[in-house]
Design a protein around this ligand. Structure first.
Ligand code: GTP
Ligand code: MG
Length: 203
């Protein structure tokens, strides 16, 4: 898919105020600092479209971006941000989970996972929750440029194996880097395919 335009639309804390659910939508979610905002910039080839930071907890709202005037890409706040108070975290949980459950045009969630690490309970638990709620998701492993391909693949294999305790089959995965744009084309192709299915169903 060629990105012809990518623009910031709005930020929200309330699901009632989100844009009309008339276009296919994709949300990036994952641990704080995993690289969600950076990957949105890499995919759209725009350095500062989504705000990134070395300090976790940068993205605090549901941020909608309109891509090619045809689909929404959503940047969500990260989970597992240690410095946030317990009440804040509970609030986050409530509003993000609500968004994920009620947003009818959401085609699938991209769960971002740091490819440098062994499977983490927080990520596995989140995938489990998505499965229990029947929310489709794909796995996106980030920061591939930070270590050898072999190391990334080992961590991916372990993650898939861990998921098999709950799932009969593991969703497709992508290995990506926002630095080198590795995996970006495949990810956009996947979105393109789902967009086409969305149009076939609605027309
Ligand atoms: P929150 O908004 O806090 O939840 O974080 P986030 O998941 O949006 O992470 P963000 O994109 O802000 O990136 C966090 C840090 O990781 C930044 O310093 C990025 O430069 C760095 N980073 C993100 N992706 C990559 C990558 O693919 N390769 C490398 N080397 N660094 C990355
Ligand atoms: Mg962010």
């Amino acid at each position: 898919m060629i990105i012809r335009s990518a623009e910031f639309l709005c930020s929200n804390t309330r699901t009632e105020k989100l844009p009309e659910p008339n276009l296919p939508e994709y949300a990036f979610i994952g641990r704080s600092n995993v690289g969600k905002s950076s990957l949105i910039n890499a995919l759209t080839n725009k350095k500062n479209l989504a705000k990134t930071s070395q300090t976790p907890g940068k993205t605090q709202l549901i941020n909608h971006f309109l891509i090619n005037g045809e689909w929404y890409l959503v940047d969500l706040p990260g989970y597992g941000y240690a410095k946030t108070s317990r009440t804040n975290r509970a609030e986050w949980e409530k509003f993000i989970r609500r968004y994920l459950r009620v947003r009818e045009n959401l085609q699938c969630i991209f769960v971002l996972i740091d490819s440098r690490h062994e499977p983490q309970k927080l990520d596995l638990d989140f995938c489990h929750w998505l499965g229990e709620n029947g929310i489709p998701f794909l796995l996106v492993f980030t920061k591939a440029d930070k270590q050898s391909n072999l190391k990334s693949m080992q961590n991916i294999q372990k993650f898939k194996k861990a998921l098999l305790q709950w799932f009969e089959a593991v969703p497709p995965f992508f290995l990506t880097s926002s630095e080198t744009q590795e995996g970006c084309e495949s990810l956009l192709e996947e979105i393109d395919n789902i967009n086409q299915r969305f149009h076939e169903q609605t027309h």
